[in-house]
Design a protein around this ligand. Sequence first.
Ligand SMILES: NC(=O)c1ccc[n+]([C@@H]2O[C@H](COP(=O)([O-])OP(=O)(O)OC[C@H]3O[C@@H](n4cnc5c(N)ncnc54)[C@H](OP(=O)(O)O)[C@@H]3O)[C@@H](O)[C@H]2O)c1
Length: 384
Amino acid sequence: MSRGIAILGSTGSIGRNALRVIEALGPDYRIVGLSAHTNVELLAEQVRRYEPKLAAVTDGPHAERFRALMNGQNLAVLSGPAGLTELIRGDGVDTVLTAVVGAAGLPSALAAAKAGKRLAIANKEPLVIAGELLTRTAREHGSALLPVDSEHSAVFQAMQSGSTREVDRILLTGSGGPFRGATRETLRNVTREQALSHPVWSMGPKITIDSATMMNKALEVIEAQWLFGVPVDKIDVLIHPESIVHSLVEFVDGSVVAQLGEPDMCLPIQYALTYPQRVPGVAKRLRLEQIGRLRFEKPDPQTFRALPLAYEVARAGGTAPAVFNAANEAAVEEFLAGRIQFLQIMDLVENCLNRHSVRPAESLEELLEADVWARREVREMLGG
Ligand SMILES: NC(=O)c1ccc[n+]([C@@H]2O[C@H](COP(=O)([O-])OP(=O)(O)OC[C@H]3O[C@@H](n4cnc5c(N)ncnc54)[C@H](OP(=O)(O)O)[C@@H]3O)[C@@H](O)[C@H]2O)c1
């Protein structure tokens, strides 16, 4: 089976790992398109090495710089946010790996589903914002949605032991991030650098902060609801500091099926690309005798408010998840820029949700409107 792959966000942490995975998979897996937002130097290196026919640069001024860098290269350069949607429609693209960060990936993920592409989904935010729309569109157009998030890849693998009807509970694991065991008091003065030092995973800055607030796990609960068609009340979170058991599924007969591996994104990226096949790859092998001990704990919903909020938001539906996600994206941006304290991130998200009147939302436009509203609201709350 031969695949033509477009990586949306090839300059990011997932994108760079995906290139390593695909290179090792051999000639049946061809890189047809790549995209960057601002890191055009790295994109230029990737183009020289992997020779895709298409490249997109979503940030306008950087696209001009990239064109100048690529002068003379046999390459079609697409630019602006619409460049991603054009990229997925490119000749020879049958598989799209969504590895851009945030809501910016929503229009292209939806377009890929509409075009019936195989969608390897790392970019979780579109599923959170538009889970119903995205999964329905994929179903209607024969697009397969394959999870890349390590927890969802684990659930996807465990689900092959039974049917959705037979699932009693999905147990998503999480390392607990850099502040596992902390109280609100100890979190009051944590710095950007402390929040960016994840004990297990090396990832982009936005998801690293989301791991510190537990917003990442909150987004994952909503993501799992849509990927697996299971109500959120059947999805639980377990803190597992070693990050070896990537998630578990408990079936109605009491049998619990888990997927284990080293904390290495190469494995779930590869499985999303090769599924239903398994082939040797670059992921680090697990040696349990070297790990020794695996711990599991209940999360602390009082300190990490993101988790209980996720359940409320999922039950509310409509525009609520879009507001939840956008308020968080805006607040994380403020924190990374050094303009707010760590605890203010979730305070802003919670206040934004409190100010929002949830509406049903069926179209992309309605969801994007809620996203814009939430970002403006966060700026207003900060007096901007
Ligand atoms: N990293 C992980 O281990 C991991 C695990 C599970 C799920 N995920 C999910 O995968 C996604 C990517 O995470 P990451 O850690 O790889 O992030 P990252 O390292 O920050 O990379 C983000 C990528 O998106 C591009 N980008 C940024 N803003 C954009 C915009 N407005 N429009 C289009 N492209 C944009 C970046 O381009 P430039 O760098 O060129 O500016 C880069 O290629 C996130 O949704 C995250 O939640 C990540």
